[in-house]
Write a protein that binds this ligand. Structure first.
Ligand SMILES: Nc1ncnc2c1ncn2[C@@H]1O[C@H](COP(=O)(O)OP(=O)(O)O)[C@@H](O)[C@H]1O
Ligand SMILES: [Mg+2]
Length: 402
């Protein structure tokens, strides 16, 4: 009886089966074969088996099995062909990406992003990462594919939130790097660059989407700054990109899908990172990033225009300071916190150091153990009340005039 029960529980709690059952992805195996650029279908089936095992139990043994299999998988070779112009390029080749010569390139922490490329006639971006980090980029692509499918095939979510899909991936001809070919998000502005007047609406739409996503899936982005969330004001939709630190699963399983040891945390030393159940970390990171005074941002003028977001940031920090006192950190957590503290103090002259009214969003990387009540749902309500208060103030001012 017991074994029958546990067997049934095991069958029920499979992420990939749940995605298929909900019609999020019709056939996970076919979809990943195409999008990951893996030639041998048998390899995809083993990959899916290992993912499922890891998602059920995120332990070292399952991680090592997963890792050694991914190392052996042969990805297709993708050729990047330089062209003078991308106009009229609509060739359907599986293995060629066209890149505009001297086109825009974004350099990230771990590689480059070629912004002006085309694949099978579609505008794309190509994320290029050293092949020594193949495991990280394969997991980033898998999470991107799953989250994008969830966004696009969940009716309640589509209106609020989306992400660019992965079209394919592969190994560069030189074998020095692995490439992700991703749809290019058009007509959007990064949250960092939004005009003050658009910020409330953008955050509110983002929070509506995030809260539904968190309710149904265990998802945390874990690098949620204002260049990784973009906003299309015509569609009123937020686009999330860059899933390199993300974690994805369903509440029904005990593990998750994510890479291990991204230099900020290691799941076997910080076990609370094994499952993405923290519902406040992403939105708090974003709010702190938006008020952070570094070169990306607009400083005092912004504070005058949008006092509510500074109030919210100060409240978030107070809540973290209180929770910090009662959280049981292990020696490894404490060590990582101390070195982040040194980094922030050096980088920002102490202005955004721990203990200040507003601390720097980088601290969020080492605070994943703390969950506070500032969730997307909370922020949405906060914005709505700030909006109403503002409107009331304006109405009163008008009434005074007449
Ligand atoms: N699919 C996309 N569509 C449009 N712009 C993108 C896309 N992917 C990346 N970018 C741009 O390139 C930048 C870096 O890409 P990202 O995936 O965040 O890489 P990194 O891991 O280096 O931060 C982003 O902040 C964004 O400006
Ligand atoms: Mg990024």
């Amino acid at each position: 009886m017991v074994s029958k029960m546990s067997r049934r529980k095991k069958v029920m709690s499979q992420l990939l089966k749940i995605l298929e059952k909900r019609n999020i992805i019709k056939n996970v195996s076919d979809m990943l074969t195409e999008k990951l650029g893996i030639k041998d279908k048998k390899e995809v089936d083993t990959l899916l088996h290992n993912l499922t095992t890891l998602d059920q139990n995120f332990n070292r043994k399952n991680w090592n099995t997963f890792k050694s299999h991914v190392r052996k998988i042969i990805l297709k070779t993708l050729i990047i062909e330089g062209v003078k112009s991308l106009e009229n390029i609509d060739k359907p080749e599986e293995d060629i990406v066209y890149a505009k010569k001297n086109g825009e390139v974004n350099s990230g922490a771990f590689g480059k992003v070629l912004m002006e490329t085309k694949y099978k006639g579609k505008d794309t971006v190509v994320k290029q990462i050293k092949s020594t980090q193949k495991i990280d980029i394969v997991l980033e692509a898998i999470i991107n594919i799953f989250v994008c499918a969830v966004f696009r095939n969940t009716e309640k979510l589509q209106q609020y939130i989306s992400s660019p899909d992965v079209l394919t991936m592969g190994m560069a001809k030189s074998k020095a790097s692995v490439l992700i070919v991703q749809e290019k998000v058009q007509n959007t502005i990064p949250f960092y660059n939004l005009e003050a007047r658009d910020l409330k609406e953008a955050l509110s739409r983002l929070c509506s989407g995030l809260s539904i996503l968190q309710l149904t899936y265990n998802f945390a982005h874990r690098d949620f700054h204002g260049n990784n969330v973009l906003y299309n004001s015509r569609e009123k939709r937020a686009y999330i990109i860059d899933f390199g630190n993300s974690c994805f699963s369903v509440p029904q399983t005990d593990g998750s899908i994510q890479t291990v040891d991204n230099r900020l945390w290691n799941q076997f030393k910080q076990p609370y990172q094994k499952k993405c159940v923290n519902k406040s970390i992403d939105i708090c990171t974003l709010i702190l990033a938006l008020v952070d005074n570094d070169e990306n941002y607009k400083n005092k003028a912004y504070e005058m225009e949008q006092p509510w977001i500074y109030e919210l940031a100060r409240d978030i920090c107070k809540k973290y300071y209180n929770a910090f006192e009662t959280t049981n950190f292990n020696a490894e957590d404490k060590q990582r916190f101390r070195s982040m503290d040194v980094n922030v103090r050096n980088a920002f002259n102490g202005i955004y150091a721990w203990g200040e009214p507003i601390f720097h969003p980088w601290y969020c990387f080492v605070l994943g153990k703390i969950e506070i009540d500032v969730t997307p749902e909370f922020v949405k309500t906060y914005i709505e009340s700030a909006f109403t208060a503002n409107k009331r103030r304006k109405m009163n001012a008008l009434q005074l005039k007449f």
